[in-house]
Design a protein around this ligand. Structure first.
Ligand code: PLP
Length: 380
């Protein structure tokens, strides 16, 4: 049998500016591309393993996890395969089937799936609707009061630090305080924050944090980060009866090979870049202002922006699409001609985008490109 052509060539990142928020924080620095190449064989980190992945000294996974834990303000850190696997592990260790987790109304689908896979009930703290979709921390108190009055067994509270729909930042410290007042631990989902902005789990009142290497920590992945307080280490990092050194929730070993190596190689780069978070936010606000200035474009979600993920409502492009022979595809095609990608094909009513990591010159080019498209179809 002969294999078909899988089309495994990808030049879009080299040749284009990619506005997809999902991809902006996962670009590898040079040193990580080198590490990826050197560790590209299967179990490449396992040459010197004595039974515990997190204790391997060559390459220095043990030192890396120590640095990582300090970087994000937790007592213990482990790598997992992604933010979702981290959430699943915490829920699995902390909750019994049939119990309830309280989550924000902007939670990622993987939060819901992690809960479902653990046979947990989900109660939502609703967002504040159009146009901000804000999560009010104090609504957690209301929801907890109602549920606890009803006798609901709530074993975990979860907050999406930055949600993936609107890029809203919610005050974790306030939510954590409320959860702790009821004696319930907080799991903070930092998939869109850890590695882009500074995270200190302790000051955010988070008992558990999860991060995503391939989304926000400049890693090729799939790889994620799980951080926790010592207080919960016995429960979440419980060891096997049969294989005394192996941690059950980690299924013994998690990320074993190139994915964890790129996360390690990128940590110095990530530690530096989070220091420039304020500049990224300023750049985003300026981008939003210029885009809104084109007319018929409106930023949805909390204003002013506190994160690089921006959601725009774009009736102006939708009106053009209604008359254009290429329909909704016109926008994608116009942008592609200008070497800009990352906005879904066919979508014109709204889109999400991010300028994270772009230079001001590149952002200016992007705004100018949108302006050109608006102008081209002015009297269309
Ligand atoms: C992307 C995303 C995830 C999933 O991250 P993985 O590391 O791929 O599991 C989870 N939560 C939020 C809020 C996200 O944006």
């Amino acid at each position: 049998m002969e294999c078909q052509d899988y089309g495994l060539n990808r030049t879009s990142e080299k040749d284009n500016l990619n506005l997809n928020p999902l991809q902006r924080g996962g670009l590898l620095p040079k040193e990580s591309r080198k590490a990826l190449f050197e560790f590209s064989d299967g179990y490449s980190v396992c040459d010197y393993c004595a039974g515990r992945l997190d204790k391997i000294a060559k390459p220095g996974i043990i030192n890396f996890l120590d640095d990582l834990a300090r970087f994000i303000g937790v007592d213990q850190a482990r790598t997992v395969h992604g933010a979702r696997e981290g959430k699943f592990a915490v829920m699995h260790a902390m909750c019994q089937s049939g119990e309830t987790v309280v989550v924000d109304g902007n939670a990622h689908y993987t939060t819901h799936l992690a809960a479902e896979r653990n046979q947990l009930n989900i109660v939502e703290v609703p967002n504040k609707d159009y146009p901000e979709y804000r999560i009010n921390p104090y609504d957690y108190k209301e929801v907890l009061d109602i549920q606890l009055d009803k006798g609901t067994d709530i074993s975990l509270v979860l907050l999406t630090h930055i949600d993936g729909d609107y890029g809203n930042l919610t005050d974790a410290r306030a939510v954590g305080k409320i959860a702790h007042d009821y004696g319930i631990p907080l799991l903070l989902n930092c998939a869109y924050s850890m590695g882009r902005m500074p995270i200190d789990a302790k000051s955010l009142n988070a008992d558990f944090v999860v991060g995503s290497g391939h989304k926000s920590m400049a890693a090729s992945g799939p790889v994620g980060v799980l951080g926790l307080k010592d207080e919960y280490a016995d429960q979440v990092l419980k060891k096997s009866k049969r294989h005394a050194v192996k941690e059950i929730e980690m299924l013994g070993c998690t990320s074993r090979g190139a994915p964890v190596v790129t996360l390690m190689a990128s940590l110095p780069h990530v530690m530096q870049r989070v220091k420039k978070w304020d500049e990224e936010v300023t750049k985003t606000r300026d981008f939003v202002k210029k885009m809104e200035g084109l007319g018929g474009i409106k930023q949805i979600g909390v204003k002013p922006k506190e994160h690089d993920l921006v959601r725009f409502e774009t009736p102006i492009f939708d009106e053009i699409a209604n008359k254009h022979s290429r329909r909704g595809f016109f926008l994608y095609e116009e942008l592609k001609n200008k070497n800009i990608v990352g906005i879904k094909r066919g979508q014109t009513k709204w889109f999400k985008c991010s300028t994270y990591g772009f230079s001001q010159e590149q952002v200016d080019y992007i705004v100018r490109s949108f302006a050109d498209i608006v102008e081209k179809y002015q009297n269309y």
